[in-house]
Structures are given as C-alpha cells and as structure tokens.
Design a protein around this ligand. Structure first.
Ligand SMILES: Cc1ncc(COP(=O)(O)O)c(C=O)c1O
Length: 685
C-alpha cells in the first residue's frame, strides 16, 4: 500500500519539474539571465504556479508524515512480533518444564513399582500394573522404532493426568496394542474412576432372592425409587405411536415437536422470564455425550475446561476421550475460612486463582463448568452466586457450561433451586450453554436423553453435526415429548412421590450416619450424601482412602471414594441413597461393619494414630450442615509410597514456588539419569 501511495505522490513532482524546464529555448547568457529573471518574476506572479508550489509542498509534507506513520506502524508490528515470539518461547519452555516435572514423578512411581515384589501395592493399586514394560518400550529398550514413538505418544497424555489415571486405570493391560491407534490405546487403558467398582457390581449384583450376598450399589448415581411410576407412565397408550417421520432420518438437532416441548418444559420449570425458543434446543443421547460434544467444538486438543473439585468424575472421561480436552481444577476444601460460610464452597477467588495458575503454565482454558445442583456435594447455588460466576467467566472470555441435570431432584421445600435460565439476561449470552436430561430427574438413566440450550447458533450447529453420532431414536423422541408435556402427571403424581421418597431415603441414611458419629454434608438435592470418613484412615493419604474403599467392596457394598471426584482431601466418600429401603438397610449395615472393624483395627494397632478430623461430628444449629472444619496438611515431601507421591504431585503443581524452584536445569544436575531418559523421549517426538 505504501508503494502505491509513494509513487502516486512522486509522479506529479516529476511532471511539474519537466514543465518548468520546458518553458522556452536557450539563448545567450546575459539575455538568458534577463529572460530568466523576467520569467521568474512572471512565474512568481502567476497564481497558478504559486498554487502548484503550495500543493507540491503540501504533498511532500503529507508524504513525509505518511512515511513516518508507516515506519512507526512497522516498528510497532515488529515489536509485537518479537513479544509474541518471546511469549511462545516462554510457553514452550514452561511446557517442557512441566512435562519434565511430570516425567520425574512418573519415574519415581516406576521405581517404586519395580521395588514392589509382586508388582502391586498393598495400597489397593491394581494388581500387576506393568508400567515398566511401557516405560522400557518408550525408552527404546523394547520393540522397533515405530512402536517406540507410538508408546511415547501414548504415555504423554497419560502423564498430563497422572493422579487420575494412576489411581483408576486398570494397568494390568497397559501395553500398547498393535491393533489400535494411539488414541485407541488411550481409550483402551482409560478406565473411568468408577469402572472397577462398576464392573465388580455387574459381575455380582445383589438380588434379594437370587443373590442375597451380592454387591449393594451405593456408587452409581441412579434413582431407583420410581420405577413403578415411570414404567406405568411410559407404557400408557399415548406413548405407543409410530408415525413415518419417526422411522426416518430426523433433523440432527432433534425433531421439532420435541424441541418445542423441551423449550416449554424448561421455560416452566426453570422459571424463564420469557418463553425459551425451540431453535436454541438440541437433543442428544445424554449429558455425558453433551460434555463430549461441547469439548470437541469449543476446544482444540490439549486445551482445557475449568471445574471445581470435587466434581462428578465422568466429566473427565467425557471431555478427554474424543476431544482430548483437559480439566483444570479449582480445589475446594472442607475448611470454612475467609468469606466462605460452608464447607467446599465455590468462590470467584478460587476460580480466579486456578485460572491464573493454569494460564501461567501455558494452559489455554476455554470454559468454566458449573454443576447445579452439585454432584457430589448436593449444593445449590444462589442466583447471586450464579451471577458472580457468569460475570467472572465473561471477564475472562470463558464459555460457561451449566449442568442442571438434578434440577427437579431438590426434595425438600426448604431449598430452592435457581436455573441460570431464570436470569433476565446472561452476562455473556453467546458463551452460556445450559444442559439438562431425564437420567436423574425422571429416574431413567437407561433412556439416553439430554438437552442443550444455547443462544449461540455456531455452537448449536457444530454440536448438531456431532448429533449424527449421538442421536436419540425417533420413537424415544416421541415418548419424551409426551412425557414432558404431561404437566399434571409430573406435578401431581411424579414429583410429589419422587420427592417424598428421596427425602425418606435421605433421612434413613443420614440418621444412620449420625448414629455412627460420622460427619457429612446435610443437603437437600441430588441422590448423594458427601461423607467424611477421614477418621477411619490411619494416615491422610489416597492410598489409605483406596484401602477403605476396597474394604467396603470386599464387604459387598460399593461406594465412591473422594479421589473419584478429584477431591483434594483423602477420606471423603459419596453414598447414593436413592434406593429401596431394604437395600439401604443392608448396605448401611455392611458399611457399619467395615467402619467398626476398621476402628477396632486402628485402636488395636495403637502404633499409628488414626487421621483425626477435628470436626465435632454433630449438626450445626440449623441442623443443615454437619460442620467440618479440619484442614488436611499436604502429604509429606519425604513420603515414599505412591499415594504420598500423588498427593505431593498435586500439592506441587499448585505451588508456583515449587514450579519456579524445580527447573529442568536443577533436575539435570541432581538426577542426570532421569534427565537423560527425558531428553531421549523428547528428541523422538
Ligand atoms: C452432574 C452430572 N452430569 C451429567 C451426568 C451424565 O448424565 P447422562 O446420564 O445424561 O449422560 C451425570 C451422571 O451421573 C451427572 O451426575
């Protein structure tokens, strides 16, 4: 552009000088001199020439100014480019440092595993975990070069998520399969946090008549209290309709009749100030698929979502397996400090800190996930809290995914649920996405059905493309529309009975816990109680937590331990109470047996003190929250078992001081052998 302007300015200059030069022939010198003087005087007097000169001067001025501006702009661009390159380099260095730290801890874990004589831990780590094989593959001691690269790539994403994968992967088959891609291998070894217990339960289910010694499932978040109501309603004659469109390919976002019904349903139950629009509704086969689809369309591989811990652990799997999206944690703890007035309270400060920590490590965070009502805490956010979280997200240009899958499972009138859809206006309408499904509120996990409400048509269309893989079949869409339309049945029959039953079951389990003197969060939403079993741990480690979890399973009752929710404090467990009374009775009896046996064991051993939780184990004045104020110290840095190492790793990753002190250079000096292997691995990428 500058070239064009400059030549544009220059041409008239040249033309005018040639015009001046061609004013006449060249006579003798004195005549010439006179003539020149005369002509000059004439020329100066000529108004056209004066104007021409002025114009030329002005043009030159402008040209110079323009060139100066251009130079300044180029200079600025150059500086910006330099800054960008510096930032990229810094980010690259940070990533490399980060990978090295992970690698170092990984190497320590391996050496502990190798030391263990039967390849497994008393900690409850899965038997025969053969990571050394994978490790030697990746360092070139194993198969051919191609395989090395594959395994190295396979190990890397696993390293990023060390604590989670190490606790819950079934490592016994941790050998890359030649039949699978790298992604396939990751999916192959990836086991959700609940997988082991879930499998055990399905292999040995409790059945009152056929298998009375089978496992009672207090681990899977299902409502087993309303089968009678739901089966009756879903088999009424109005449900059995098959029109031709139901057997044809649908609109990928879902049939319009259903999206209209969902829009009306959400408008009513979420108390939206204006009717919600069907065009903003998308139907998928469950909220798990929705997390997966949103991760894929909002993030590039390696980018992250921000979420508070503890949280429903299935989200890790949903966002990671297809989208390769990570989760960045804002850890909440049981201690009530500062502006908090309840244990595990989420605040904007905690979100901000987690976001900043992630960004300083070079992680790009694209969205905030909010669970409301919360699984596993049972918390319900107030409108002002919701507003603060949404404003926070807006300030940082984060999308917000609000999961309201338990919105109608608030079983006590003393608690009020507020949907974000109740707001007059979202702070950032194009980045706010709300999900709901029938799994929980209609006690129908087996019917895979979830909905997304988003004003962002780009997001809606992108998710719709993925609906081809995650669609709900036509006849089920019809049934869902019939169900959601039946407001009388929902209000007068279903919700009344469901809430009464949930409340009775909750009361039964919490009364048992009170009798046992076990602290817990006393909430009125969801199907779970979040329980503090810390006093039953000999030491405050996740290894001990896993031991206790395994003891429950051995005694044929499946619970979920805090680690499955990425809880930061070992010793917290979740019990699902939404089950029939006879199973609750038997399950709680089995829980009690384990706790009593554990307590005796700890007292008899006498050598190790149980991990005291300094909670009083009693209800506060409002009898709403069993107050817990104990704060767990981080695992000691000198710990030499896997649980301690994982705890240490988590502590360390959060401590910016640690990040600054533990540089690759320092490691290279202190542990040259580990550094050497790391260098080899990096060189192969
Ligand atoms: C908070 C939360 N979101 C989503 C899901 C998954 O729901 P769906 O069955 O619709 O996939 C669960 C299941 O436990 C959950 O607890």
């Amino acid at each position: 552009m500058s070239c064009i302007c400059i030549s544009g300015f220059s041409e008239p200059n040249m033309a005018s000088s040639s015009r001046i030069q061609s004013l006449g022939p060249r006579p003798g010198f004195s005549t010439l001199h006179r003539l020149r003087k005369k002509r000059k005087a004439q020329r100066l007097k000529d108004p056209l020439d004066a104007l021409l000169l002025k114009t030329l001067a002005a043009q030159r001025d402008m040209e110079e100014r323009f060139l100066q501006m251009e130079e300044r702009r180029l200079q600025r661009d150059l500086e910006a480019e330099e800054r960008r390159i510096q930032l990229e380099q810094r980010r690259f260095e940070l990533e490399r440092d980060h990978e090295f730290r992970m690698f170092n801890v990984f190497a320590q874990m391996l050496s502990i595993l190798k030391q263990s004589n039967n390849g497994s831990f008393a900690s409850g780590l899965p038997q025969g975990m053969d990571l050394s094989q994978a490790f030697s593959d990746s360092t070139g001691a194993g198969e051919g070069a191609q395989q090395e690269v594959r395994t190295t790539q396979l190990v890397r994403p696993v390293l990023d998520r060390t604590a989670y994968v190490f606790d819950f992967c079934n490592h016994s088959d941790f050998q890359s399969s030649p039949y699978l891609s790298v992604r396939g291998n990751i999916a192959n070894i990836f086991r959700g946090s609940t997988e082991e217990g879930y499998r055990a339960y399905h292999a040995d289910k409790y059945e009152e008549d056929k298998n009375p010694t089978g496992i009672i499932n207090f681990g899977t978040s299902e409502n087993k209290l309303c089968f009678d109501l739901m089966s009756k309603r879903l088999t009424q004659s109005d449900m059995n309709v098959i029109e031709p469109p139901l057997l044809q390919y649908p609109d990928w976002k879902g049939h319009m009749f259903l999206r209209e019904e969902v829009a009306r349903f959400l408008t009513y139950y979420c108390k939206a100030p204006a009717p919600l629009k069907a065009e903003n509704v998308i139907i998928l086969n469950g909220c798990g698929s929705l997390f997966s689809a949103l991760a894929t369309v909002l993030c590039d591989p390696g980018e992250a979502f921000l979420i508070a811990t503890p949280f429903y652990g299935g989200i890790t799997q949903s966002v990671f397996l297809y989208g390769n999206v990570k989760l960045v944690y804002a850890h909440l703890d049981s201690q009530v400090t500062g502006t908090c007035n309840r244990p595990f309270q989420l605040t904007v400060e905690k979100l901000k800190k987690a976001l900043q920590d992630a960004q300083s490590e070079g992680v790009r965070v694209k969205a905030l996930i909010l669970l409301n009502p919360h699984n596993p805490l049972g918390d319900i956010y107030s409108l002002s809290e919701l507003h603060d979280f949404l404003e926070f997200a807006k300030r940082h240009e984060l999308h917000v995914i609000v999961d309201e899958i338990y919105m109608l499972s608030v079983f006590d009138d003393s608690a009020t649920f507020h949907s974000v859809l109740e707001m007059d206006r979202f702070p950032d309408p194009q980045r706010t996405h709300v999900m709901w499904g029938i799994t929980k509120d209609f006690a129908a996990a087996g019917i895979r059905f979830g909905t997304l409400y988003t004003l962002n048509q780009d997001v809606a269309n992108a998710v719709a493309s993925l609906c081809y893989f995650h669609g709900v079949c036509g006849p089920v869409q019809y049934k869902m529309a019939q169900l959601l339309r039946d407001r009388d049945w929902i209000n007068q029959v279903y919700l009344r009975a469901n809430h009464e039953r949930l409340k009775a079951a909750h009361t039964f389990v919490t009364d048992e816990l009170k009798t046992l003197g076990v602290p817990f969060l006393n909430r009125n939403a969801g199907f779970f109680v979040w329980i503090d079993f810390r006093k039953y741990l000999r030491r405050g480690t996740f290894e001990e937590e896993m031991l206790l979890w395994r003891r429950f399973l051995d005694n044929k009752v499946l619970l979920s331990c805090g680690k499955a929710f990425e809880c930061n404090e070992p010793g917290w467990f979740r019990i699902i109470f939404s089950d029939k009374i006879h199973r609750l009775q038997l399950g709680m009896q089995r829980v009690r047996e384990v706790l009593e046996e554990h307590e005796h064991g700890i007292l008899n051993e006498g050598k190790d003190q149980p991990c005291e939780s300094d909670s009083e184990g009693k209800a506060d004045s409002a009898d709403e929250v069993i107050f817990v104020s104990h704060h767990q110290e981080p695992a000691s840095a000198g710990g030499s078992n896997l649980g301690d190492l994982i705890g240490l790793l988590q502590q360390q990753m959060r401590s910016s001081d640690w990040l600054q002190k533990n540089t690759v250079e320092q490691f290279a000096q202190e542990k040259p052998e580990v550094y050497d292997v790391f260098r080899k691995l990096v060189g192969k990428q």
